[in-house]
Structure formats: C-alpha cells, structure tokens
Ligand binder design. Structure first.
Ligand SMILES: *[C@@H]1O[C@H](CO)[C@@H](O)[C@H](O)[C@H]1NC(C)=O
Ligand SMILES: *[C@@H]1O[C@H](CO)[C@@H](O)[C@H](O)[C@H]1NC(C)=O
Ligand SMILES: *[C@@H]1O[C@H](CO)[C@@H](O)[C@H](O)[C@H]1NC(C)=O
Ligand SMILES: *[C@@H]1O[C@H](CO)[C@@H](O)[C@H](O)[C@H]1NC(C)=O
Ligand SMILES: *[C@@H]1O[C@H](CO)[C@@H](O)[C@H](O)[C@H]1NC(C)=O
Ligand SMILES: *[C@@H]1O[C@H](CO)[C@@H](O)[C@H](O)[C@H]1NC(C)=O
Ligand SMILES: *[C@@H]1O[C@H](CO)[C@@H](O)[C@H](O)[C@H]1NC(C)=O
Ligand SMILES: *[C@@H]1O[C@H](CO)[C@@H](O)[C@H](O)[C@H]1NC(C)=O
Ligand SMILES: *[C@@H]1O[C@H](CO)[C@@H](O)[C@H](O)[C@H]1NC(C)=O
Ligand SMILES: *[C@@H]1O[C@H](CO)[C@@H](O)[C@H](O)[C@H]1NC(C)=O
Length: 879
C-alpha cells in the first residue's frame, strides 16, 4: 500500500520548473497540548465558565470581536486538561470548543536571494517601471494586470491586510515607514519575536518582519518602484501587517483567528493569508472564522497549499472554508533568474556586453578576464567535454573553457579541461535556466559557472565564425544582477504540480482559481538581502488579493460573491500538465478551479454569472439539476450560446485499493454530459436569464474508485463575451468508501520520525505518572487514514496474557482524543499512558481500538465507523 505522511503546513513551497528538484518535506499537524479555543454564546453570562477555569487555566488570547467572542486557554495541569475541557464544553455559555492546532511557518522554496548589505540593481538599461512605461513583469502580463495598470488602475486607497510573518516596512520598496501616511499603514504584532507556536504570545504594536515570507508577500501586492525593475500588483493600496509568527516556529489557529478578526475590525477591505495545513474540512475553526468575515462582505484569499504531489482531496485550512477563495499556483511563463552580472567583448571591440551567470564551486571569478575556448562548436552535442581532449589541444591555462552540459558529470568535464591546463570552466545549459555546479574536488580548477543554453549558443556561434570572445568576470560582490528570463516551454502557464488539489471531503469546489506562483521576484527584508525569488501558492495568493484591489477600484465594489464570480467566469482554464508535458484535455476542476485569472476581463465584464462553480456532489447526494443566472449589465442586447467542455475524469483511488492515488492521478475517458434548459438565449440589456443545468454523470466507470468528473460550461456572447463556469461531480459514493483499513493502526516509538512499527508485545517504560521526562521513549500510537475522517476515536483495551482474544472493556480514550477534521495520511500521538479522564492506565498489556467516521457518516450508526485494532504492547512506569 502507499503510505504518505500527513502534510500540515507550509504554503510557500516549490517550483515545478525543471531546474528545481527540491522535495517538499511534510510535517505532521500538531495540536497544542492542553490548549483550547472556547467560543461563547453571544449575550450569555460567562461567569460559570470563569468559575470553572479559575485557577486551572491561563488565558492565551481573548476574542472580543464582533464575529467571534471567546478565549483561548491553556490549562495549567496538562493531566487534567481534557477532563476540565469536557466540563467546559458542556456549559450553556459555550457555543463551540476546539483544540488549538498549530500551523507551521511558511517555508518557501528560495530560488534566489540577495546579499545583505549589497545594493542590488538590475543592470539593464530599461528597468524601473514607472507610470509612463509599460508593465512588462511577466506575472503581470500573464494575468492582465499590465492592462489595468496601463489605465492607471493601482488599487488606490484599498486596505489590504496581510496575515503573515510581518512586513519589513523600512524597506524602501515597502514604503520605508509604518503608520498612517505610510504604505504599511495599519496592523499589529499579535505574537512577539520569541513566539514559536507553543509558548506564550507577547503582542506589541510593531509588525516588523524578522522572517522574510511576509515581506515577499507584501511586495507582490504593493511593492513600489525599485532598482529591480518591478512593482507590486496594486502599488497604491494601503497595507496592513498582522504578524502571527515569531522569528521562527509556528502559529496557533487561535492566533490566526484573532488576526483575521482584528484585521476585519480595523477596516481591512481585503484579507489575505499564505498559510495553511492540509485537512479537507471546512469545519475547522480557523476556516469557520474566515468564512464569517467573508459573509460580512470582506473578500478573503488563502493559498491553496503546496501538496499537489499527494493527489486529490487535499484542500487545506483555511482555504477550504466556505466562501473563502482558495488560490492555486500556475508556473511562470518564463524561467526567472537573477544572475550576477559580468561582461564580454568580441574581438577588439570596446563594447562590453552584459550577461548573467550562476557561480559554481569553486568561484574565484573576481578579476578574471580571459577568452573563451570550446572543445567543439556543436550546440546539440549531448556529451560535450566528456572525453579526454586530443593531444593537439593548446595549453588552456589562458582560457575559460566553454562546455555544454550533459551525459557525464560536471566533475568529469572539469577534470578533462584541467588535464589540458584549464583553470576556469563555464558550462552552458542543455535545459531551461541555469544551476549551480560543484567541481570543487577537481585539482587545478579555480572557478566554475553556468550560463543559459541561449547564451552558450551565442558564444559558440561567435567562436565558430572565428571571433575572439573575452569574458570579464565578476564575482558578484558589486551587487549587479541580470534578470534572465527564458521561456518555460515545458510547464509555463500550467498549474504548478505543487499546487494542492481539492475538492473538500464534502464536495465543495476547491481551489477557486489561480495566478502565477512559481519563480516570483519580490521584496525581502533588507537584513536578508532586500529581494528574493520564491515559489509557492504563497506567491500566487497575494497576487489575487492585489488583483481584487484593482477590480474593486474599477467596479466600486468589494462584494466577495460578485468578485469571486467575476474572477472565476473570466479565468482561462489551462491544459493539464504533469510537470513534463501538456495533455490534450483541460486540467480538472479540482486542480485549477475556474482557471488562470484574467484581471482586466474580470474588471470590465458586463455579463455576470450568479455562481463561481457548480458542484453536483457524489452519487448518494446527487443534485440532478442546478441553476445559474446570466445577467447582462451592458447596454446592448446579446445572443448567448451555452455549451460545455468536459475535462478529463480522474480516479481518486488506486485500482483495487482503498487508498488514494498520488499525482498524477489516473485519468479515464468517461465524461459527464450536460443538458441546458436553453442553449441559445438572448439576454436584453439589463436583463437576466436563469439556465438549468442537468448533468448525466459518466457511466461504466469503476465507481468504487471515486471518479471525479468535471468541466466548464462555456457562455459565449454575440458581443465577444466568453465566460466559463466550472462544474464537478463524483460518480461514486464517498460514504461507501472505507476511510480506515483494519490493519492500518500500529505502535511505533515517539523517537522514530518514520513511524516504523515496533514488534508486537514491545514493552515501554513510561515516566512515572504525572512527570514529564521529555527524554523518555513513549509508545507512538499511529493511524493511517486512507481518506479524511471528521472524527477519529480510540479506546485503550487491556489485553489478558492468558486469554489474548477475550474481549475486554475499554478503560477510556487516550488523552488528546478524539481527533477531529482529519486529513488523509498518517498521524501519531506520543502516549504517556494518560487517559482522557486524567487518570493513568495501570501498568499492563494493551491494544488500542480505533474507529473513524466515514465521510457523510452518521456518528450514531455503528456501521458508519471503520474499525481497526493496534497490535498489543505493554507499559510500565519508571519508579
Ligand atoms: C519613465 O520611463 C520613461 C520611459 O522609459 C522615461 O522616458 C521617463 O523619464 C521615466 N520617468 C521617470 C520619472 O523616471
Ligand atoms: C572577429 O574577428 C574575426 C577574425 O578576424 C572575424 O572572422 C569575425 O567576424 C570578427 N567578429 C566580429 C563579430 O566582427
Ligand atoms: C552572486 O554573487 C554572490 C556574491 O559573490 C554569491 O554569493 C552568489 O552565489 C552569486 N549568485 C549566483 C546566482 O551565482
Ligand atoms: C453534498 O451532500 C452532503 C450531504 O447532504 C452535504 O453535506 C454537502 O454539503 C453537499 N456538498 C455540496 C457541495 O453540495
Ligand atoms: C431553477 O429555476 C427554475 C426557474 O427558472 C425554477 O423553477 C427551479 O425551481 C430552479 N431550480 C433550482 C434547483 O433552483
Ligand atoms: C465558446 O467559446 C469557447 C472558448 O472560446 C470555444 O472553445 C467554444 O467552442 C465556444 N462554443 C460555442 C458554442 O461557440
Ligand atoms: C514539566 O516539568 C517541569 C518541571 O520538571 C515543569 O516546570 C513543567 O511545567 C512541566 N511541564 C508540563 C507540560 O507538565
Ligand atoms: C505476545 O505475548 C503473548 C503472551 O505472552 C503471547 O501469547 C504472544 O504469542 C506474543 N506475541 C508475539 C508476536 O510475540
Ligand atoms: C486469537 O485470534 C487470532 C486472530 O483473530 C487467531 O489467529 C488466533 O488463533 C486466536 N487465538 C486463540 C487462542 O483463540
Ligand atoms: C478514569 O477511568 C478509569 C478507567 O475507567 C478509572 O479507573 C478511573 O477511576 C477514572 N479516573 C477518574 C479521575 O475518573
């Protein structure tokens, strides 16, 4: 079976561009022991609550917000916490009670970062974008932001709150100050530098960023003109910095709930967060809190997550919330790299031509000025420089050797050049971009580097015609950088393979749509180098927040439903790409929602749709007809054709298995057909028509594999209007799918990160009951959920040595259970022997009996729970 670990966190992640091969490290979600979020019933006295917790708990945060009243508390005595929590949850004043969960700090894939203390500048003649110069920044061109900016639309006065690591507001491109007349004009620090997700928060007024992520996100929205030649999507917005992370570590969902509510009450027009954790359930407390804010008229964008490799149904919190816009990532049309600037000359010309290269190891390039020499002039050679150079090769000590990448190792190429006396070697790429090479083991080589395939070809053609090409190398210490962009013909414009897939376990469409998130240049804290190129849905999400600001300036409204509908209807669905090639069919709706957003079309659309997507649910809950309305707000009558374009249908599960397939999921040919109440309508100026959509799900598919069908309804108007409405349904029953296999729970050691099973009957010596020896190896109770489960229960069952099969009675749940709103995959709990009621299980032999509620299951029906028993283990306590 396929085992995958539970992804629970990061939101700035990876690029799927071929030159980056980092693998995302998934971390388990964690709950903060003994900490709870308590929401009060509005208007009910909390004196009973205060009495109950008096002396038992400290208050972490108070939620005195219009949309969320309550507290988060930390019980002093962890042994009694869950017991007390159960009493509190039963109080009449308590509306909801949730465990505090902790979300990991966004961990971006850093493609390039500046050098602290160096003034970086793009050393091209044409650089800063100013009001009279066209915006040519590729993420802006791809999303039509350039067309809005050309009309002078800059998001003037719109307040955008960024929930993140803070913002380096002292950065010149981020306004240089914090306060009413500054770019970063509002916000606060909810946590303090030392907060790590587990300790106490020390709020203060200063949301300075000591991490980096938030400053990058802020620049994507609103960077001012700068030496690197780009601006944010909406440079005239007013930014709010709500800092929820310390300099290191994680953030609790109580802090995230407080930050969203504080931003809302401070009058934010748009709230964005590039943070999250895999789950698939819109009922998580943070998601619920964000949905409430959207219902009050504030659009909220949250990054969809970077777990695309996991497969379907991996929507992340809080992007999975109802009405929350979950933002997918598309790959940039260009490979973007900031390379140190050097120069070359041809023959005796005094003209120095600038170029960029990536330094290798070693990199003693400073002051090196030497002509190029190449072992061959063939720019298609696959094994350039792999063979020993012929005997008549000149002494290469006075040259930089130019070799094409491919076949043998860089070290082999460097050794062959060094054997002919070379001290310097420059590779040219055989793929997109450039990468750092390491030939430090080769004796005699003082510096190595790489240039792009295009530049390499240019050098070779000059050498071929007999020119002398002299490189005047820089070691990069002058801070001059060259923006190299090479067309990404492999994945450019497709959904980034790292972008997480929906839908939610309850068949809500996720993500909503996407924007470029791979290889994005933006601001970075000045102390960390001022600028950086990062990849992840963390980068696509703020772009959409900025675009919403632009649209609101054009349309004079921030109505979240209208904006979501406009963005979805005007987005362009893209062809599926598995990371290496494009397919003939559109990428499924659970991967790209409405598609790649088009800001200008959305801002000026006159034909509006009433929905951003249609979900026909699964077979048990099949919706046989859904309506949508087309409204013509223009001044002309239009004729509209309605048709549909199916995407490929995808199987959720592996064949003959209860386990989900991972990316790329298996495709199948069947597609739903849709019937419309009318397929040609005329809609008069100012009129609306309602269209009924009647789907016939595909037949003959393996329904037990949960095939998800999807597609786009095309709405084509005689005025040139071309809108699309994504739809989806599941040709199988989610309720009938097993969420937990009977043998998918086991015992491991708390010290074993791989969660490997220990042999049956393993004996653990636990710290004496009530002590907390953190060095002890505890039994790790491990479960592996095939699919998500809203509720996981566990019972501790004593096992008699003499009658191992005799059914004994549970002595209670292990402390920390139940586990709510579980994602699929493995998770574990280090167990010190404590039960939910606060007592410790006596020394003895036990097994753990689990049950997991099926999707759409009825908790009161025994048959709606999948059951599994762990192997036997035994515990005793240290003296
Ligand atoms: C803006 O760019 C244009 C075109 O490159 C240039 O002519 C103009 O001087 C620039 N304006 C400012 C204020 O830099
Ligand atoms: C450089 O000089 C060589 C040899 O004289 C000549 O063949 C070549 O065309 C020259 N290159 C350029 C770009 O003028
Ligand atoms: C540019 O130069 C700096 C400083 O020497 C170096 O640290 C960095 O790795 C270089 N960057 C590239 C892309 O080679
Ligand atoms: C699917 O049906 C279930 C059960 O009625 C419901 O809870 C869920 O919200 C539905 N999903 C959608 C997207 O309508
Ligand atoms: C769809 O609209 C029609 C009227 O155009 C109405 O009769 C019908 O009840 C609606 N159906 C749904 C599912 O809302
Ligand atoms: C509607 O427009 C889409 C996209 O341009 C096109 O693929 C489709 O064929 C058009 N449908 C009709 C019925 O014209
Ligand atoms: C662990 O023990 C230390 C003293 O040994 C105590 O200060 C601390 O509060 C205990 N922690 C927990 C979580 O019980
Ligand atoms: C575990 O211990 C029991 C009782 O001693 C024994 O019957 C059983 O065979 C043991 N199982 C294993 C796998 O060693
Ligand atoms: C106990 O149950 C196991 C698995 O169900 C079975 O293989 C074994 O024979 C049973 N042992 C006894 C003593 O009944
Ligand atoms: C907790 O449950 C165990 C087993 O049912 C019982 O022996 C113990 O007395 C209970 N402890 C408390 C504090 O209720």
């Amino acid at each position: 079976m396929v085992r995958l670990s539970l992804a629970a966190c990061l939101f700035a992640g990876l690029s799927s561009a071929v030159q980056f091969d980092t693998v995302e490290k998934k971390k388990s979600s964690s709950r903060l022991p003994g900490a709870y979020i308590v929401e009060f019933e509005d208007g009910k006295s909390t004196s009973g609550f205060n009495k109950e917790v008096a002396g038992q708990a400290t208050t972490r945060l108070e939620f005195d917000y219009k949309l969320f009243k309550g507290v988060s508390i930390q019980f002093n005595d962890l042994e009694k916490a869950d017991d007390l929590a159960a009493n509190i949850a039963a109080l009449p004043a308590v509306k909801n009670m949730w465990q505090v969960k902790v979300y990991s700090i966004p961990d971006p894939q850093i493609e390039w970062v500046g050098t602290p203390g160096v003034d970086h500048a793009i050393s091209r003649k044409k650089r800063a974008i100013n009001e009279t110069e066209a915006d040519t920044f590729s993420p802006h061109v791809m999303t039509q932001v350039n067309k809005l900016r050309a009309k002078g639309i800059t998001g003037k006065g719109v307040k955008v709150a960024v929930i993140d690591t803070g913002i380096d507001y002292k950065h010149p491109a981020l306004g240089g100050c914090f306060g009413p007349d500054c770019l970063v004009s509002f916000g606060t620090d909810l946590v303090g530098d030392d907060y790590d997700g587990y300790n106490t928060v020390y709020p203060d007024d200063d949301p300075m960023d000591c991490q980096g992520h938030g400053s990058h996100v802020a620049g994507i929205i609103a960077a001012q003109e700068n030496s690197m030649g780009f601006t944010g999507v909406a440079p005239d917005v007013s930014l709010g910095a709500y800092r929820v992370f310390g300099c290191d570590g994680e953030a609790g969902n109580d802090v995230l709930i407080a930050a969203f509510n504080q931003a809302y009450e401070d009058g934010a027009d748009i709230i964005t967060a590039s943070i999250g954790g895999a789950s698939g359930w819109s009922e998580e407390p943070w998601s619920v809190a964000v949905s409430r804010i959207v219902e009050q008229g504030v659009p909220c964008t949250v990054s969809a997550g970077n777990s695309g490799d996991v497969g379907m149904f991996y929507a992340s919190t809080a992007a999975n919330g109802k009405k929350v816009m979950a933002i997918a990532s598309y790959d940039n049309s260009q490979y973007v790299a900031l390379l140190n600037t050097s120069h070359y000359t041809v023959n005796d010309s005094s003209t120095k031509i600038e170029f960029g290269s990536t330094a290798g190891s070693p990199a003693a390039w400073g002051g090196v000025t030497l002509p190029l020499w190449a072992p061959n002039y063939d720019t298609t050679v696959v094994n350039g420089g792999c063979d020993a150079y012929p005997d008549d090769t000149p002494d290469l000590s006075g040259y930089i050797v130019l070799v094409r990448r491919g076949t043998c190792t860089f070290v082999q190429k460097a050794q062959n050049a060094a054997a002919a006396g070379a001290k310097y070697i420059m590779l040219y790429n055989n793929a997109g971009g450039t990468s750092a090479i390491d030939v430090s083991t080769v004796t005699g080589i003082l510096a190595a580097g790489m240039v792009t395939a295009d530049l390499g070809a240019q050098f070779i053609s000059l050498l071929k015609e007999g020119s002398t090409v002299t490189l005047e190398m820089s070691d990069g210490s002058d801070g001059k950088v060259t923006l190299t962009q090479s067309r990404n013909g492999v994945t450019g414009g497709s959904v980034s393979t790292f972008s997480s897939w929906g839908p939610t376990w309850e068949m809500d469409v996720k993500p909503q749509f996407g924007a470029p998130g791979g290889s994005i240049l933006s601001t970075y804290p000045t102390k960390k180098g001022s600028y950086a190129v990062l990849s992840g849905t963390s980068m696509s999400c703020p772009a959409v927040a900025g675009i919403i600001a632009l649209i609101s300036e054009v349309r004079g409204t921030l109505d979240p439903t209208l904006i979501e509908n406009l963005l979805s209807a005007n987005a362009n669905p893209q062809l599926f790409n598995d990371g290496s090639k494009f397919y003939d069919s559109l990428a499924p709706v659970p991967q790209q929602g409405g598609g790649f957003i088009q800001a200008y079309d959305a801002a000026y659309a006159t034909v509006l749709l009433s929905h951003s997507s249609l979900s026909f649910n699964d077979t048990d809950n099949f919706v046989s007809v859904l309506n949508f309305t087309i409204e013509n707000t223009g001044s002309e009558d239009i004729e509209i054709d309605i048709s549909h374009i199916p995407t490929t249908t995808v199987y959720t599960l592996i064949e003959d298995s209860i386990y989900p397939d991972s990316f790329p999921n298996e495709f199948t040919d069947g597609a739903a057909s849709l019937e419309f109440s009318e397929s040609k309508v005329s809609v008069g100026a100012g009129d609306s028509v309602t269209i009924e959509v009647i789907p016939t799900p595909p037949e003959g598919l393996a329904s037990e594999r949960l095939p998800l069908w999807s597609g786009y309804i095309a709405i084509n108007g005689s005025d040139g209007t071309s809108l699309s409405l994504p739809y989806q349904g599941l040709a199988g029953s989610l309720h009938d799918a097993q969420v937990l296999a009977s043998d998918d729970t086991w015992i491991s050691k708390s010290t074993d990160e791989s969660l490997a099973a220990v042999p049956a009957n393993t004996s653990f010596t636990l710290p004496a009951a009530g002590t907390n020896d953190s060095s002890a190896t505890l039994p790790a109770l491990v479960w592996y959920l095939a699919l998500g489960s809203a509720e996981l229960r566990a019972e501790v069952i004593p096992v008699s040595l003499s009658a191992p099969n005799a059914t004994s009675k549970s002595i209670g749940e292990p402390a920390n259970f139940p586990m709510l709103w579980n994602a699929m995959g493995s998770n574990s709990l280090a167990w010190a022997g404590k039960l939910v009621n606060g007592s410790f299980a006596p020394a003895g032999q036990y097994k753990i009996s689990y049950r997991a509620l099926r999707i759409f299951g009825d908790a009161s029906e025994s048959s709606d729970w999948d059951k599994s028993e762990s192997p036997v283990f035994s515990i005793k306590y240290a003296e």
